[in-house]
Ligand binder design. Structure first.
Ligand SMILES: Cc1ncc(COP(=O)(O)O)c(C=O)c1O
Length: 415
């Protein structure tokens, strides 16, 4: 049998075939009970996911975008208020903020982690905001109260939550985690003197179960996690047309429930998530080893307080587009997360941002390349990905490779 040379960016078939009988049992259970919306499969998953995230409540909803919108609304952000986040994320983060009636305002990222820069957040709060008579933080740009921060745990690595929560406390802001890429990621909190899970540190958090996520449904799905029973109750209302019981509507809500079949599938997959995350971490360590002698590849930076779950393995290289073409020619799939920062998207042209407003995000966007990263990636496949990348550089930089007159374009991993 000929072995396929094609290495996909993502393999969504193999992990499902491994669990085929458990997953098809879920369909059978739903067919036999007609339990399609709500019911025991959703409740079972909510309990299991709350326990996985070490939180009091998990509320299953229909997508990560809904989860974030509901988390923002239920945490108390009011229409017209300003919510701070990064321009280096998927547009769902800012869609959720806008659709909750608030206005997103951007803070640039940290060059090493690619997550929210605490230093820039502090500078923004000191220099770009005023305090009104009642002590509220007011954005000078919008002339409106700033009430929340949405740190995004991008690529599977948590933002620096102790520092963010500290600043949020000083300025009276809520923190709502966008944990859509970070199922199982951990942060060592000096304040609590222990490792804490993504989704357990803010007022509330949002997860996505889009199929390619570390924990993915076979369709759309999401969840809000929180330790606050009032927030949890409000999210339950929002996801189900504002109903307290059938046809009794306390507020206008949404059709934002998770299908029971998706909940059942997620329940069947959840016991495997920790092992899958461990495999991803091992693959990340191996990539780091394979690129150790290459001065042209900047590997992801993991601070000592972080245990990333490597939803994505994102390197940085100067000749990104050329390398991407080179890998495509070698039948190796790659992707960009994300090529156009949000402040430069047409959708946000009305905010009047310009190129140069968030220089680190812009630089990162030009250099990032996401490599194949999934638990089923074999050692041979990974070695071939690295080999193709390493073979790209000697030709582009003759004489500046493997210890011969190396003057790297990047500082390796900034460690
Ligand atoms: C950072 C981030 N936030 C929010 C979302 C939205 O999740 P969903 O696609 O499930 O609506 C995603 C999904 O990719 C994401 O990556």
């Amino acid at each position: 049998m000929e072995i396929s040379k094609n290495i996909p960016f993502l393999d969504l078939i193999a992990p499902h075939l491994e669990l085929e009988s458990e997953l098809t049992d879920v369909f059978r259970k739903a067919l036999h009970t007609a339990g399609f919306v709500g019911g025991f499969m959703v409740e079972e998953f909510e309990q299991a996911f709350a326990s996985f995230c070490a939180v009091g409540h998990a509320i299953a909803v229909s997508s990560g975008t809904d989860a974030l919108r509901f988390a923002i609304m239920a945490s108390g952000v009011q229409p017209g208020e300003v919510v701070l986040t990064v321009p280096n994320t998927f547009i769902a983060t800012t869609e959720a903020i806008s659709q909750a009636g608030a206005m997103p305002e951007f803070i640039d990222i940290d060059e090493r982690t690619c997550n929210l820069s605490v230093e820039k957040l502090q500078r923004y709060l000191q220099e770009q905001c005023d305090q009104d008579k009642s002590g509220k933080t007011i954005s000078k740009r919008f002339g409106r109260p700033v009430t929340a921060i949405v740190p995004v745990h991008l690529y599977g690595q948590m933002a620096d939550m102790d520092a963010i929560l500290e600043l949020a406390g000083q300025y009276g802001l809520l923190v709502i985690e966008d944990a859509c890429q970070a199922h199982g990621a951990e942060y060592f909190s000096k304040k609590h003197n222990r490792w804490m899970k993504a989704g357990s540190m803010g007022r509330a958090a949002a997860f996505s179960f889009y199929p390619g996520k570390n924990l993915g449904a076979c369709g759309e799905g999401g969840a809000v996690t929180t330790n606050d029973p009032v927030v949890a109750a409000h999210v339950r209302l929002l996801r189900d047309h504002g109903q307290v019981k059938k046809y009794y509507h306390d507020v206008e809500g949404y059709n934002g429930r998770l299908d029971a079949i998706q909940a059942g599938l997620l329940c069947a997959k959840l016991p495997h998530l920790s092992a899958w995350n461990t495999k991803r971490r091992a693959l990340a360590a191996e990539y780091a080893h394979l690129f150790a002698t290459c001065g042209f590849v900047t590997i992801p930076y993991e601070p000592s307080w972080s245990r990333s779950v490597y939803h994505l393995y994102v390197i940085r290289v100067a000749e990104r587009d050329e390398l991407m073409d080179h890998l495509m020619a070698a039948a190796i799939g790659t992707a960009l997360h994300y090529p156009i920062p949000l402040h430069l998207q047409n959708a946000y042209s009305h905010f009047g941002y310009h190129r140069g407003d968030f220089p680190i995000t812009e630089q990162v966007a030009a250099e990032i390349l996401s490599l194949p990263m999934y638990p089923q990636l074999t050692a041979m496949q990974q070695a071939r990905v690295a080999e193709e990348i390493l073979s790209f550089f000697p030709a582009s930089h003759p004489g500046r490779w493997k210890g011969i007159d190396i003057s790297p374009v990047h500082v390796k991993s900034h460690a």
